[in-house]
Design a protein around this ligand. Structure first.
Ligand SMILES: NC(=O)c1ccc[n+]([C@@H]2O[C@H](COP(=O)([O-])OP(=O)(O)OC[C@H]3O[C@@H](n4cnc5c(N)ncnc54)[C@H](O)[C@@H]3O)[C@@H](O)[C@H]2O)c1
Length: 343
């Protein structure tokens, strides 16, 4: 599949390297408004053509897909343009911010007969494999409670050459930590519990205490599922960095704490070291599984409702969290419980 990377910052550069490790995908073009970033792409791969604008790229190149790695402000406009041009789309999170946007994109993909695929790469991480494995093979049983705790001392910084601190600018980031990292937790919880939550409650902390139009720097999101609850704690102001995913079922517990996974079941503890080989924040080593899923769906031409429905349920969950936070933590029913019209 001939692919163009749109946005060549931290995520885009990670992607260019990651595509070299997969079969069936080849990056032929890169788009970035920053001359410095285009130069960087050519240094890494001199065969790649670089562009500053999408119309020029689409006019000059014959590509099958785009992989969108821009800051969130540009995701929807590039997704629309690429789908309209008849291309398959992989898009970094968040694929959309409002459920209406997500539904429109899924409808457009359906009309054009193209796949809109969310870059939900945590779904292909070793920690998610441990958690879903412990549920699927019955060691812990169906999840009853889950707790995800994501602690950071700051937001991630982007590349020099554009706006490294765009995550602090809500007009570019379109939200704070709930959208940036909460999105990963949202689809992980939805996959583990096997459905979209019935209600979402959220209490958030805002930069400079500005709840109206400000940026969320910490949040506690509670998801109520038919069979249990998931609590998600997110912070960019915790003074430390750690990740913990704890899932409890009737027969045991799966606990992934930073690089160590422990599954406790039937009086046994299975411990696995998941320490990643590098501290690469784009998680290139998870890309192979995700790309294989994307390329397999494109080749099969069926099964597209799964990723496209996840675009809608994930968007709706995070949107509901923001709505609940604005209402002081009242439970909100996410719009994503409505079924996405997908192919
Ligand atoms: N899934 C993950 O693990 C993961 C990790 C990192 C980033 N991301 C996502 O990737 C996206 C980019 O984040 P980043 O950390 O790479 O940011 P970054 O600041 O490092 O890079 C952004 C790049 O986009 C370019 N850009 C700006 N406007 C553009 C436009 N209109 N068209 C094309 N390119 C444009 C900039 O010049 C810059 O090179 C975000 O959506 C972020 O959430 C995901």
């Amino acid at each position: 599949m001939r692919t163009a990377i749109i946005g060549f910052g931290t995520a885009g550069e990670g992607r260019l390297h990651a595509y070299r490790t997969v079969t069936g995908g080849r990056v032929v073009a890169v788009l970035d408004p920053s001359p410095q970033r285009r130069e960087r792409a050519r240094q890494i791969d001199p065969t790649v053509a670089t562009y500053a604008g999408l119309p020029e790229l689409l006019a000059a190149e014959s590509v099958d897909a785009v992989d969108i790695c821009t800051p969130p402000l540009y995701h929807v406009e590039v997704e629309r343009a690429a789908l309209t041009a008849g291309l398959h789309v992989i898009c970094e999170k968040p694929v959309a911010v409002h459920t209406d946007e997500a539904l429109d994109l899924v409808a457009l993909a359906g009309q054009r007969g193209r796949l809109l695929y969310p870059a939900h790469n945590y779904g292909f991480s070793p920690m998610m494999r441990v958690l879903t494995g412990a549920v699927a093979d019955g060691r812990i049983g169906r999840p009853m409670r889950a707790s995800f705790r994501i602690a950071r001392d700051s937001h991630a910084r982007g590349v020099p050459g554009w706006q490294p601190d765009w995550r602090r600018d809500v007009s570019v980031a379109r939200g704070g930590i709930m959208l940036d990292h909460g999105t990963h937790c949202a689809y992980m919880a939805t996959r583990l519990f096997g459905e979209a939550p019935r209600t979402v409650s959220c209490v958030a902390q805002w930069a400079d205490g500005d709840a109206s139009g400000g940026m969320d720097v910490a949040a506690r999101i509670s998801l109520e599922f038919t069979t249990g609850e998931c609590e998600i704690d997110l912070s960019w102001v915790s003074g430390t960095r750690s990740n913990r995913y704890l899932v409890t079922g009737p027969d045991g517990t799966a606990d992934v704490h930073d690089g160590v996974a422990e599954v406790r079941s039937a009086g046994r503890v299975e411990r696995t070291d998941l320490t990643p080989p590098t501290r690469d924040q784009t998680h290139q080593e998870w890309f192979g599984g995700m790309f294989a899923d994307f390329a397999g769906l494109v080749a099969a031409g069926t099964g597209w409702d799964r990723p496209m429905r996840e675009v809608v349920t994930t968007t709706a969950l995070i949107e509901a969290a923001y709505r609940s936070a604005a209402l002081g933590g009242e439970p909100v029913v996410p719009a994503g419980r409505a079924t996405a019209e997908a192919r």
